[in-house]
Ligand binder design. Sequence first.
Ligand SMILES: NC(=O)c1ccc[n+]([C@@H]2O[C@H](COP(=O)([O-])OP(=O)(O)OC[C@H]3O[C@@H](n4cnc5c(N)ncnc54)[C@H](OP(=O)(O)O)[C@@H]3O)[C@@H](O)[C@H]2O)c1
Length: 320
Amino acid sequence: MNFQQLKKIAAFYGRFTLSFTQVGYLWRKLFWPRVNLDFAGQHWLVTGGSGGLGREMVFAALRGGATVTAAARSAGKLRVLESDVKAAGLVGLDTECCDFTSTADTQRLIERLIAKGRRIDALMNNVGVLNDDLVVTAEGREASFTSNLLSHYQLTEALIAGGVLGRGAVVVNVTSGGGYNVPLSTAMLNVTDPARYNGTVAYGFHKRAQMVLNQHWRDSYGQRAIDFYVMHPGWSDTAGVQRSLPRFRKILRPILRDERSGADTAIWLAATRPDQPEHELVWFDRKVRTAHAYERTRVTKDTPASLVAALQAELAKGPV
Ligand SMILES: NC(=O)c1ccc[n+]([C@@H]2O[C@H](COP(=O)([O-])OP(=O)(O)OC[C@H]3O[C@@H](n4cnc5c(N)ncnc54)[C@H](OP(=O)(O)O)[C@@H]3O)[C@@H](O)[C@H]2O)c1
């Protein structure tokens, strides 16, 4: 690591550590009005719903009276979720096994959901991982690119086209403050060359692209009265962080957010559907924040249209 990189890292942590941890959450929470989390009559789809922030979203929706489909990879973890929901005296949970690193598996989930014909009122595009080591899927794609971004695009577009996600629905995209470090770059989304792969950098590019994709969806589907939000959760002590960022976790563990604090803004957005005057933005702790913490990330040859073209081209390839 050279001096310039060290300087960037120090600036990032210096600027965001208090804000992104439980310290920032507890401080801001003092000033928030009480919000009624009433989701009665709604049907939610939560990707990555068996653990971490997704699991919190599932519980919040069920507590608010919604029915929920939780989609995640491990059948065992989904069974644990079912029994925990039952033990909490809650009802209305359905589970779906799906590996979002596989476009074929995501397609099968889409077909099951459309065949069921149940309207989805809230789609929480939450699934996401940071893979330290390169994983190339059987379909020939970098695994975290597929789960963090491509699957969100595939799922959302197909559910809209299939008529189960439509007028009056809300979509919440869960990005990360890691997206602040990089500009939009379609060339950096699907890096399958071990010599070029860096998990943290790849994750940053996926998370930046989610912010831009949300902007595209707002422009494309505003007329259809579907609300699109993109939020980041700060830093929460989830299994994902424990697995991917052990050193970061070791240092910050006493002040990391709990899962409820990390999921709070996503749940609040679904409950309150606030106006979004700004074009480029990200929500964090119930407030619109800048999409660019650093001027350098505004510089890119890519556009929302080139991002969407790249995702469409990737899906059109099928298994590669
Ligand atoms: N925690 C944080 O501090 C933090 C910060 C910034 C952004 N985020 C974002 O918040 C979201 C949730 O993060 P988290 O920390 O809650 O993650 P997590 O603890 O790793 O939980 C991830 C959930 O997603 C599921 N999942 C992972 N890969 C999957 C796949 N390929 N197919 C289907 N399900 C999959 C997991 O189930 P299985 O075990 O069955 O795979 C689990 O239910 C992610 O998008 C992440 O990037 C988190």
